[in-house]
Structures are given as C-alpha cells and as structure tokens.
Design a protein around this ligand. Structure first.
Ligand code: FEO
Ligand code: CA
Ligand code: CA
Length: 604
C-alpha cells in the first residue's frame, strides 16, 4: 500500500467536498422529489454541455478501420480476478515489455536482481506509472517508486550505494520502440535515456533563481526528479512528468529536529522509512534545508533530445502533483489541470498568458508565464477557479514565489475545496474534464470534529466543463460515476479509481489503485462517456496496481502498466515470468501491450 494513503496535512477550515456533495444531494432530492444523486441527469436539460446518450453495446463496428470509430464498447466484460497474473477480455491479447532491469541499450537483455547502482542507472527502474508514446516511436515512462523491500528483500538500507541504487530506480525512462506484428520491443536508439534522482535538472519560471532554491549541498547543480506519478504531454511534443510524494524521501538526522509549519503542510517529518537522509545528506532536512523546495514540481522532458536537461516549470506550483493534463484552450492558450493527491487536498489549473505559439515566437515558454488557479466546488453544481496570485485580495501580501512554493497554503487562504485525493485528470468529448477521486479512507469526523459526513472509501469520478473553453474561471460540475453505485450482474464493479484517459471518441478508460470489491486485483475498465456504463477489459496482478495508459497505431494498440506486482513479494506473484520466460523469482513491474485480436480499436 502507498504510505500516503492515510496522510492528512491540511489544517485549514476550508470546505470538504463531502459536505458539498451531501448538501447537493439533499438539494437535488428536494428539487426532483426523489432520493439520491445518481437518478438525476448530469447537467440538467437546458445545459449546453449535456451529451447525447449512447448505449454501451456493440453496434457491429469493432473499429477495424472501416468507417469512423463511433466509440462503441463491444467486447465481453470479464469477471474480477485475484490471481498472480493479469487476465483480459476474450476478444483481446496481451504481451509484456519493458520489465524492471531491462537494459536501455536496446539489447533486450536484463541485469540480474542484484544489479549495481551504476547498472540500475542504465536500466528500466521500478514503479511503472504514467507514460506517453510520441509518434508511435518513443515512449516516456514514469518510474514512480520501488520499495527497499522490493529491491533488497528488507526495509532498511545499509549504505550510500544502496541509496544510490534505489534512487536510480526512480525517475523516468525514455526509450524508442519498434514493432513487429503485434509485438513491440525496445530498440537501440541514441535517444534512449534514464532520468533519475541524481540527473542534472534546471529550474524555470517565477521561482527559478529565488532564495527558496538555495541549498547547502551542491547548490549550483540541481539534480533529480522523484516519485514520478502521472504525466502530461504538450502540443509541442514534450513530456511532463509529475513529482507526487516527494516528502517521504526526506528525513532529519539532527537530534530534536522538528518540521516547520510550512514543512508540515507538505507532510515532511524526521523520516518515513526510505532511509535516504541517513546516507545522502542532500535529503537530510537538518543539514540541507531548502532541498525539499526543489521537488513537488512538473518537469518537462524533450524525448527527442537526449542531452536536454529536464526543466522544472515552477509557474505550475509546488504540491504533490499527480498529473499535468494539457489541453489547448480558448485562443490557443495551454491549460494544465493537476490534482494534488492527498486526502483533503485540491485541484489546480494553469492557463498560459497567451497563445502558446505566439509565446514561443516571443521567446517565452508557455509554461513559464500564466495564471495558476485552484478549484472551489459549490453544491448548486457550479464552481469557481480561484486565482493564486497577488491579484487575489487574499494573497496581496504574498510574493509570487511564496505562492508557488507554498501553493497548498495559498490555496488554503483563498478557500479552495478539500477533495478526496484527486488523482488523474483527462479531457473527453464536449470539453468535459474528468478527475478521479480515489478514496478518503477515514471518517471525516476524525478530520474535523463535529462533522457528521461519512466516508468515501470507494472513490468517485467527477466531471466538469469550464467556461470559455477551459480558460474561464467558472465551471459546472457533476459526478461521472460513484464507484459504490456502479454494478454489473455480479455486484459492485470497482473501487479506488486512479488512472483515467478519455479517447475523445466517447470511451473513458479507468484504472484502479486500491481496494476492489471482493478483495480482487486492480483493473482496467472502459466506460461510455455519455451513459457511464462500464465494462471490465483487464484485471491486474495480486498486490499490484494497474496504471499508465497510452496508445499506438490510432488506438489499435494500448499500453498499460502493472506497478508493484505482488508488492515485490515473489510468494504473492512472480509476474511477469509466465509471459517473458525470464528469471523471475522477484516480481518485476512491466508494461502490458494490449491489442484486439481482430485488429480493431482498443476499447471496442
Ligand atoms: Fe502516484 Fe496518487 O498515485
Ligand atoms: Ca496514481
Ligand atoms: Ca493511487
């Protein structure tokens, strides 16, 4: 399980999403004269954003290239599964690529389990997560984390070399792929590279060059990205990797050290079990105070330029970024949506100052100048994007760099809505934006005494439409799906939605990470965007999560990841040995390649 599942760092009195939901449900029940939210239409009949209904049944077009893809979901939904290997719908086939320890030289070989840190820097790491395939050619793959247990069979680290090896397993892999029929492999390519915790990086935007980034250890050589969870990709062909739970790698060796209020607000403590700070003083909060400010950012990587230093785009704010979903908005401004995945944290968006092409023409990077907002949800189904800048009267005394470095505290100040762990965000048809709220596993009453609200242990998916094609400050929102209410003939279909991707043809792919009905494995589902009917396409591996999604060949191929199979324990799963025939005592995170056997669109 993720360490952050039970964390709360938000001490503000801002409204909880659950209060708004309860108030909204009551109001709607009154208006409709019936109980419950689910029975009611999403945006009301007079709304410009209502979408036409479409059944989630097979209309005979399995997307084989004859005629337009109509977004049908025709495959046979499969049962939940709890086994050590993935299962997939009968119309589909799958294979495995890019397992942990595969060399990035394209030789197809893997280093052994007891590889060195230097070898790990030249191999696929652990924690396969968000990813994107550019031009059916080069894949950027996030390597969120690999536990000490997974890498060493024990929780404690014993040397700097061991720390370096774990650090090398984190980060991003950029690898070129080649295809033969329905199989893929990493090819030899000069663009193949690994970015990890000790890779040189640079900062750009309002926080670059400020005192917040001055550190005691190796000040002139900023390094690394860590806990790279979800992602985004830009219209100019770059990859955005997102730093989520950066706080857990820091600790303090000094006796009696205590975190400041600002440090507590991002969850920093004297140590959370990773042990890096014990051997690498860069991660020792008592010796290297500002290093933590160098993490929690969105980081831009150019997959075509292996010598490019990853750039931390500070205008997008510092928090536990799950992802950074980019869309072109009104006037070709770029809009970046981002969830902060922790219980009771917020949803943000960034809008570039101008048309992204004109900004480049003027020598300004579109992710360096713009406005950062945070979301406030209202129970009448409306919402507001609250500006996080000195233009907001509540932040008039703040500097811009303070607002960005301490984005959570700025968002507290302006009255953002505390959400149930915002995870991935995607944009579907009709400018609808979807966000998974994975769960909130403890009663809210514990968070705020006297609050009678219940728990949201199964999660839900909200959707909204912003005014002015993603760039405005008003939105209308509703639920897309409440996990506890989504059933098939066998009962509840899923819990803990996390990864999400809309294909723009009417399908919404949902991946899970957390408790599933019947204690089953995490899974990949496909929903109809208009009707929210779900089918189950794939089930994952015991002890692992299903995450990351990208496509090739106009969606005739899909890639999804199995992260932490067996939680690193070979007695739970030795995935993917049965697929690759490789050495496999300890399970290896890897990427699944999914194709429809008839060559059709994946999801159809
Ligand atoms: Fe890295 Fe919120 O999952
Ligand atoms: Ca996630
Ligand atoms: Ca998650």
């Amino acid at each position: 399980m993720h360490d952050h599942d039970d964390t709360i760092s938000n001490p503000s009195d801002n409204r909880l999403f659950s209060d708004i939901v309860n108030a909204r449900a009551t109001r709607r029940a009154f208006l409709a004269g019936s109980a419950g939210v689910a029975a009611l239409s999403f945006f009301g009949s007079n709304s410009a954003v209502a979408t036409p209904g479409r059944p989630a049944t097979d209309n005979g077009n399995n997307g084989q290239g004859r005629g337009a893809d109509k977004g049908d979901i025709g495959f046979t939904s499969i049962p939940l599964d709890g086994g050590p290997m993935p299962t997939i719908a009968p119309e589909y086939a799958m294979s495995v690529i890019l397992p942990w320890r595969e060399k990035i030289d394209g030789s197809g070989e893997s280093y052994p389990y007891d590889l060195t840190s230097e070898q790990q820097e030249k191999a696929i790491g652990l924690g396969h997560d968000g990813m994107w395939l550019f031009d059916d050619d080069i894949l950027c793959l996030n390597l969120e984390y690999g536990t000490n247990f997974h890498m060493f069979g024990r929780d404690e680290l014993q040397s700097l070399e061991e720390v370096r090896k774990v650090q090398a397993a984190h980060g991003v892999a950029v690898v070129a792929l080649e295809r033969t029929g329905d199989t893929f492999r990493m090819k030899r390519d000069k663009r193949n590279r690994r970015i990890h915790v000790n890779t040189p990086v640079e900062f750009s935007g309002p926080v670059a060059g400020t005192h917040y980034l001055n550190v005691a250890v190796d000040n002139d050589n900023p390094k690394g990205t860590v806990n790279n969870c979800s992602m985004g990709h830009t219209p100019w062909g770059t990859y955005l990797t997102c730093e989520e739970n950066f706080h857990q790698y820091f600790g303090a060796t000094a006796e009696g050290w205590e975190p400041s209020e600002r440090q507590k607000r991002v969850g920093l403590t004297s140590g959370q079990g990773w042990d890096w700070h014990k051997f690498d003083k860069r991660f020792d909060l008592s010796k290297n105070a500002n290093e933590e400010h160098r993490f929690g950012w969105v980081v831009e990587i150019d997959p075509q330029k292996p010598d490019q230093k990853p750039v931390k785009r500070t205008a997008l704010g510092r928090f536990k970024h799950e992802g950074a979903t980019v869309v072109e908005g009104q006037g070709n401004r770029v809009v970046v949506y981002s969830g902060d995945d922790e219980r009771n944290e917020y949803i943000y968006k960034f809008v570039s100052a101008g048309n992204w092409k004109s900004m480049f023409a003027r020598g300004i990077h579109p992710l360096d100048e713009g406005v950062l907002y945070v979301a406030q949800f209202n129970e009448d189904g409306t919402g507001k994007w609250l500006e996080l800048s000195r233009n907001n009267p509540k932040l008039r005394k703040w500097s811009m760099e303070t607002i960005l470095v301490h984005a959570r505290m700025a968002a507290d100040e302006v009255g953002a809505t505390k959400m149930d762990r915002p995870e991935w965000i995607t944009v579907g048809q009709n400018e609808e934006v979807f966000c998974t709220l994975t769960n909130n596993t403890k009663p809210y009453a514990e968070v705020r005494p006297g609050n009678p609200s219940g728990i949201n242990s199964d999660g839900h998916i909200v959707k909204w439409v912003d005014s002015n094609k993603h760039t405005g400050t008003d939105f209308k929102w509703d639920f897309f799906a409440i996990a506890a209410d989504v059933h098939d003939e066998n009962g509840q279909m899923f819990g803990s939605p996390d990864g999400i991707w809309a294909d723009g043809k009417g399908r919404v792919f949902v991946e899970t990470d957390g408790a599933q009905p019947g204690d089953a494995n995490d899974q990949l589902l496909v929903a109809n965007q208009a009707t929210a009917e779900f089918k189950r396409l794939m089930t994952g591996v015991k002890g692992g999560e299903v995450t990351g999604i990208t496509v090739a060949d106009n969606q005739r191929v899909m890639f999804a990841n199995i992260q932490h199979p067996g939680n690193g324990d070979p007695e739970v799963s030795n995935f993917p040995e049965a697929f690759t025939g490789a050495d496999g005592a300890v399970p290896r995170d890897a990427t699944i390649v999914i194709v429809r056997k008839n060559g059709g669109i994946v999801g159809s």
